[in-house]
Design a protein around this ligand. Structure first.
Ligand code: PMP
Length: 289
């Protein structure tokens, strides 16, 4: 189906492969009523899944942090991902996976003995060819008004969505969120700066999502003898940096060249960022399954 969006997809809902038009979940699903749900997005290049093990491990951690039951199909997830990619002829794009606590009458107390809901679908998208790789991203800074357990990958994405809309209104590409004077992360990515050859990014904590791409990029950077420092940085330090970039499963490593209207260096993508992107793509394609 190429990259078209008009063809009907086959999606997965609780053990069944069905057409997207006939896929349904209950109005009493807690994912719908309470955002009581977690998700993962695994990128696809050349019809292969990137970083599958990392995504599965983080999914299990998110479920466990929320005392949410693993779905019955937990051991079949690789096979389901592959079936969806194959049957929907996804060459490039991603597989979205969501687990909710399941269906129960509306109540703040978690229901007992309820099976979790598992929904998965594919999105065909040109994820390699983003214009932002050459142009670099412009970001705005906004207050981080999200809840306090951002390490759990929940579907509570309204504030990140508002952040992207604020960026869009400002004719920018994304927003970096700031808490207590320091950047936490982008609306859907981790944030980095480079100063005097050193890569600086916030350390893992409850304040940020522990990006799968982040873990790999930091490992590859270390292997390439690049200097790293995991610590907080402010917007003014970022504007003063030599380079800046973001990482995520679907954007890999993408340069940031302007923050709040101020250029970083000369306002063009930096060489270390470009090198990190190449290394990340080479290495992650090698382990794609
Ligand atoms: N932070 C946030 C808030 C995100 O939504 C994402 C994307 N899921 C990331 C960071 C990057 O994580 P990953 O590299 O696992 O895609």
């Amino acid at each position: 189906m190429g990259l078209g969006v008009n063809m009907s997809r086959i999606v997965y809902v609780n053990g069944e492969y069905v057409s997207e038009e006939s896929a349904v979940i209950s109005v009493f699903d807690r994912g719908f009523l309470m955002a009581d749900a977690v998700y993962e997005v695994t990128s696809v290049l050349d019809g292969k899944l990137l970083e599958f093990d990392g995504h599965l491990k983080r999914l299990k951690r998110s479920l466990s942090e929320l005392d949410m039951q693993e779905p019955d199909a937990i051991n079949d997830l690789l096979e389901i991902h592959r079936t969806l990619v194959r049957d929907n002829q996804v060459d490039q794009g991603g597989v979205y996976l969501q687990v909710t606590r399941g269906v129960a009458d509306r109540d703040f107390i978690y229901p007992e003995n309820v099976k979790s809901t598992l929904v998965m679908f594919t999105q065909s998208k040109d994820i390699l060819g983003s214009k932002l790789v050459e142009k670099g991203m412009k970001v705005i800074s906004i207050d981080d008004l999200r809840w306090g357990r951002r390490d759990i990958k929940t579907v509570q994405l309204l504030y990140p969505s508002m952040g992207k809309m604020m960026a869009k209104s400002a004719k920018c590409d994304d927003a970096w969120m700031v808490e207590d004077g320091y950047v936490t992360e982008g609306t859907s990515n981790n944030a980095y700066i480079i100063k005097n050859g050193k890569i600086i990014t916030r350390a893992k904590s409850f304040a940020i999502l522990h990006g799968i791409t982040r873990t790999s990029v930091l490992r590859f950077a270390k292997e390439a003898q690049m200097e790293l420092e995991e610590r907080n940085f402010s917007i003014s330090e970022a504007i003063d940096a030599d380079e800046a970039f973001i990482t995520s499963a679907s954007s890999f490593v993408t340069p940031v060249i302007n923050i709040d209207g101020q250029n970083i260096s000369d306002g063009s993508p930096g060489p270390m960022t470009q090198r990190l992107r190449e290394i990340y793509l080479d290495e992650s394609i090698k382990t794609a399954i």
